[in-house]
Design a protein around this ligand. Structure first.
Ligand SMILES: NC(=O)C1=CN([C@@H]2O[C@H](COP(=O)(O)OP(=O)(O)OC[C@H]3O[C@@H](n4cnc5c(N)ncnc54)[C@H](OP(=O)(O)O)[C@@H]3O)[C@@H](O)[C@H]2O)C=CC1
Ligand SMILES: O=C1OC[C@@H](O)[C@H](O)[C@H]1O
Length: 343
């Protein structure tokens, strides 16, 4: 009898677990297959040209653009060969593989640059010179000086340049900053940020292992941990330190600040030892629980280009300071780009 009760109990628990995971599965599948948004009748969509067939392009722009009523994109045939077919429905294709053709195309308003880090400077400078807005993958460039030059050119051309630190656009990062700024926990004393991937996640010939292309752990994942440490502390570091934020009157522990749509928790512990866990999938007036950090990022980018105030931003100074911290880490900057912009 007891074994039957035990069996029934186990079946009930498994059913309960499956029921609990259903909303999660729905959320994850909606992130990658969102309902397509119809274009607005009173606003011309921002048309992005994507440089290359980078693995990150579908998550970072192609999928988010599907649910954005004011964003569309154009791909080169090379990119089309590698993108999953379902992403290519209703997609305009270029007849040429050359990046330069995208930059010369008057129909392209903005360029997404997911090239290897060591090519960010050259192709961003060329895109800006062609008068395109640029959404630029992290890290901005190989050096702080290159980063400064790109932002100066963007300013002189009157176009938008954004380093794609997508986590900064999600409600989680913004909620954590708001808790800190509310003064509830007092001043920040220290921050510690972590990010890791399993060994052998990338093949040995991956761009991340190529020093000349701006590779290396600090350039790839370390630039996020530096960015998050600076953002949550609201200050520039004077020491090189390794998302837990210790404050005078408590601490905040963030689980998964980088891809929070999948799962996350914001645990706030106060001086008296009491703790609470917060979730932040949407802003009060913006977003859907299934919006990825990239979708929030796209929302901000399009708003900025359209002259509206974005809900979050990564400023010129922020991007330059981040590269300066990378440079001062002891490993130094990566080789400067050999590209010389025309005067
Ligand atoms: N925001 C985020 O969450 C993420 C951002 N990133 C960033 O995006 C960028 C791209 O990363 P990832 O998608 O992994 O890159 P991939 O290696 O998948 O793609 C790189 C692209 O650059 C092209 N390319 C042009 N010249 C070269 C060259 N000399 N050597 C190698 N590739 C070249 C490749 O062309 P071809 O296809 O012909 O080889 C390919 O289209 C990096 O800056 C990285 O830091 C990456 C992952 C996540
Ligand atoms: O978001 C990311 O996660 C994995 C990294 O290798 C990648 O470059 C980074 O941007």
């Amino acid at each position: 009898m007891s074994s039957i009760i035990g069996f029934v109990d186990r079946v009930r628990k498994v059913r309960l677990r499956l029921t609990n995971t259903r909303p999660f599965v729905h959320l994850i599948s909606t992130v990658s297959q969102p309902t397509e948004a119809a274009p607005l009748s009173d606003s011309k969509p921002l048309k992005f040209g994507i440089l290359g067939a980078a693995a990150i392009a579908p998550s970072a722009l192609i999928t988010p653009a599907k649910s954005h009523p004011e964003a569309s994109f154009m791909l080169s045939p090379r990119a089309v060969q590698t993108a999953p077919p379902r992403l290519l429905r209703n997609t305009e294709l270029k007849s040429s593989n050359k990046f330069a053709d995208l930059l010369d195309d008057p129909e392209i308003d903005a360029v997404y640059n997911p090239l290897p880090n060591g090519l960010h400077f050259e192709w961003t400078m060329k895109a800006l010179a062609a008068g395109k807005h640029v959404l630029l993958e992290k890290p901005a460039a190989n050096t702080a000086e290159e980063t400064r030059k790109m932002f100066e050119l963007a300013e002189s051309k009157g176009v938008v340049l954004l380093e794609a630190f997508h986590y900064r656009f999600h409600p989680v990062a913004n909620r954590v900053r708001a808790i800190i700024e509310s003064g509830e926990l007092g001043a920040v004393k220290s921050t510690e940020t972590h990010l890791a991937l399993p060994e052998r996640f990338y093949r040995a010939n991956d761009i991340r292992y190529n020093y000349d292309l701006g590779g290396g752990a600090l350039m790839d994942m370390g630039c996020y941990t530096i960015s998050a440490m600076r953002f949550f502390a609201g200050a520039e570091p004077n020491l090189y330190i390794n998302a837990e934020i210790q404050c005078e009157k408590g601490k905040i522990q963030i689980m998964n600040y980088i891809m929070p749509t999948q799962f996350h928790s914001i645990k706030v512990t106060t001086q008296d030892g009491k703790s609470r866990v917060e979730k932040a999938y949407t802003f009060p007036n913006l977003g859907e629980p299934w919006w990825s950090s990239y979708r929030y990022q796209l929302e901000a980018f399009v708003n900025k280009v359209k002259g509206r105030t974005p809900h979050a931003w990564v400023s010129k100074e922020d991007s330059i300071n981040n590269m300066e911290v990378v440079e001062s880490s002891g490993l130094g900057s990566r080789p400067k780009s050999t590209y010389v912009p025309p005067n």
